[in-house]
Design a protein around this ligand. Structure first.
Ligand SMILES: Cc1cc2nc3c(=O)[nH]c(=O)nc-3n(C[C@H](O)[C@H](O)[C@H](O)COP(=O)(O)OP(=O)(O)OC[C@H]3O[C@@H](n4cnc5c(N)ncnc54)[C@H](O)[C@@H]3O)c2cc1C
Length: 383
C-alpha cells in the first residue's frame, strides 16, 4: 500500500498553491467575500493554467488527469476558499457529464468553450419542491420544432449569475411516465430570453452566489439536450457521484485551513500568562480536529483513487461526502470556539470558513440523504 502522491501530483499541487498565492491573496479573498463579488481574473488564471482541462482526456483537448488529480486541485483551491472553488468544481463536474453522455458534435462544441473560459457551467437540479426529492422536478420543456420551450423555476443554483454561465438544467419532458424516464438534461444560457436570475442572501458562499432562476417560455435549441430526451436521470446520477467525491476534497481543504488558523492562533494568543494552546482543553480540541481531518482525508483520497482506477466507488464516495462535510462544519465550529470573539470578527478569516462550511452537510445531497443511501447499500431499504 502506497500513501504517497506521485511526483506529478505534488508538482500539480505546488503549482495551484503558487497560483492562488499570486491571484487570490488573503486580503483579496476577504474583500471579494465582503463585496459578494466573484473575481473573473482569478477564473481566467485557472483557465490559463489549464485547470479546467485537467481531468479530461487528451483526445478532447484535456490534460488527461484523473479523479485524484482533480481532488488535489479542489483541495488546494478550497484551502483558500471553498466558495471560490465552486466556480471551478461545478463547471468541471457539468462538463464531465457532456464527456460521458454528449454526442461527438456536442463535445466538440461545448468542451473547448469551457476549457478556454468562454463559458462556465453551473448545475440546475434543485427547485422549490425538489430538494432531496429530486424526482419531484416541475420545470418543463416542451418540444416545438427544433427548440424546446422551458418553463419553471430552479433554486439554489450556485454561480448562475456569473459571466457567460450556462445552466446545466434538469427538466421534465414527459410528466406521464416515471420521473426516471421523464427527465431531460438541457443546457440553457443564463441570458437566454425569459431567464430571470435573483441572487439570494445566504450565510456563506457569497462570491459565487446562490441564485433563484426563473424560466418563462425560454426557447432552447434541441441540440442542447445531453444524452437524449428522457435520459436526464442517468446523467444526473452519474454526475452526482462525481460531485460528491470532489466536494469531499473541498471539505478537507476548508477543514485544513481551519485547523491551520486555529493552531496558529492557539500558539499566539496569551491568557493567564501562557498561550491558550498550552491549556489542555484547547490542545485536546486541536488534537481531535487534526485526527478527524486526517480520517476525512483518508476516506477522500481513497475514494478518489478508486474512481481514478475506474472502480465502483459509490459506497466510498458517499462515506467520504458524509464524513468530511460533517467534519468540516464541526472543525469550523471548534475553530470559532478556539478563537473566542476574534473567531466571529469579520477582520479574521475563521468566520468566513465557518459560514462557508455550513452548507457542506446540505449541498450536493444532505447528510441524511447520504445515510439513506449508505443504509440502502447495506441492504436496509428506505423509502
Ligand atoms: C449553498 C448551497 C448551494 C447549492 N447549490 C446547488 C446547485 O448549484 N444546484 C442545485 O441544483 N442545487 C443546489 N443546492 C441545493 C441542494 O442540493 C439542496 O439544498 C439539498 O439537496 C437539500 O434539499 P432542500 O434544501 O430542499 O432540503 P429538503 O430536501 O427539504 O430537506 C430538509 C431536511 O429534511 C431532511 N430529509 C429530506 N428527505 C429526507 C429523507 N427521505 N430521510 C431523512 N431526512 C430527509 C433533509 O436531510 C434535511 O435535513 C445548494 C444548496 C445550498 C445550501
Amino acid at each position: 500500500m502506497n500513501f504517497d502522491f506521485t511526483e506529478e501530483q505534488e508538482m500539480l499541487r505546488e503549482s495551484v498553491i503558487k497560483l492562488m498565492a499570486r491571484h487570490a491573496p488573503p486580503e483579496s479573498v476577504r474583500k471579494w467575500d465582503r463585496d459578494r463579488a466573484f473575481p473573473e481574473d482569478l477564473y481566467q488564471a485557472w483557465v490559463e493554467a489549464g485547470l479546467l482541462r485537467l481531468p479530461f482526456p487528451v483526445e478532447v483537448g484535456g490534460l488527461g488527469g484523473d479523479a485524484l488529480d482533480l481532488a488535489l486541485v479542489v483541495y488546494e483551491l478550497s484551502r483558500v476558499s471553498a466558495d471560490l472553488c465552486m466556480a471551478y468544481s461545478g463547471g468541471v463536474f457539468c462538463a464531465l457529464n457532456i464527456l460521458r453522455k454528449g454526442t461527438p458534435e456536442q463535445k466538440a462544441y461545448w468542451l473547448p468553450r469551457l476549457f478556454d473560459g468562454r463559458i462556465k457551467f453551473v448545475i440546475g437540479i434543485s427547485e422549490p419542491d425538489a430538494g432531496s426529492d429530486v424526482g419531484n422536478i416541475h420545470t418543463t420543456a416542451v418540444r416545438d420544432g427544433d427548440h424546446y420551450i422551458v418553463n419553471g423555476q430552479k433554486l439554489w443554483t450556485t454561480a448562475a449569475g456569473l459571466k457567460n454561465a450556462v445552466i446545466c438544467a434538469y427538466v421534465k419532458t414527459d410528466k406521464a411516465v416515471h420521473y426516471r424516464k421523464g427527465l431531460t438534461h438541457i443546457l440553457i444560457d443564463n441570458d437566454a430570453p425569459g431567464v430571470e436570475l435573483r441572487k439570494l442572501g445566504m450565510l456563506g458562499r457569497r462570491c459565487v452566489g446562490t441564485y433563484e432562476v426563473f424560466l418563462r417560455d425560454t426557447p432552447v435549441a434541441a441540440d442542447r439536450v445531453i444524452g437524449g430526451e428522457g435520459a436526464g436521470w442517468d446523467c444526473l446520477m452519474g454526475g452526482l457521484q462525481f460531485e460528491r467525491a470532489v466536494s469531499a476534497a473541498g471539505n478537507c481543504g476548508g477543514a485544513q485551513a481551519v485547523l491551520d488558523l486555529a493552531v496558529k492562533y492557539a500558539g499566539e494568543r496569551v491568557q493567564f500568562g501562557q498561550p491558550i494552546g498550552s491549556f489542555q482543553a484547547i490542545g485536546h480540541m486541536l488534537a481531535d480536529m487534526q485526527s478527524e481531518l486526517e480520517a476525512g482525508k483518508m476516506l477522500t483520497w481513497r475514494a478518489a483513487w478508486l474512481a481514478a482506477q475506474k472502480r465502483d466507488t459509490l459506497r466510498e464516495i458517499t462515506q467520504a461526502k458524509l464524513y468530511t462535510s460533517e467534519m468540516y462544519a464541526k472543525l469550523a465550529n471548534m475553530g470559532v470556539q478556539i478563537m473566542g470573539g476574534y473567531g466571529l470578527n469579520e477582520e479574521f478569516d475563521m468566520q468566513r470558513y465557518f459560514r462557508d462550511s455550513r452548507s457542506a452537510t446540505i449541498a450536493a445531497g444532505t447528510s441524511q440523504a447520504q445515510r439513506n443511501l449508505l443504509a440502502n447499500l447495506m441492504g436496509l431499504k428506505s423509502r
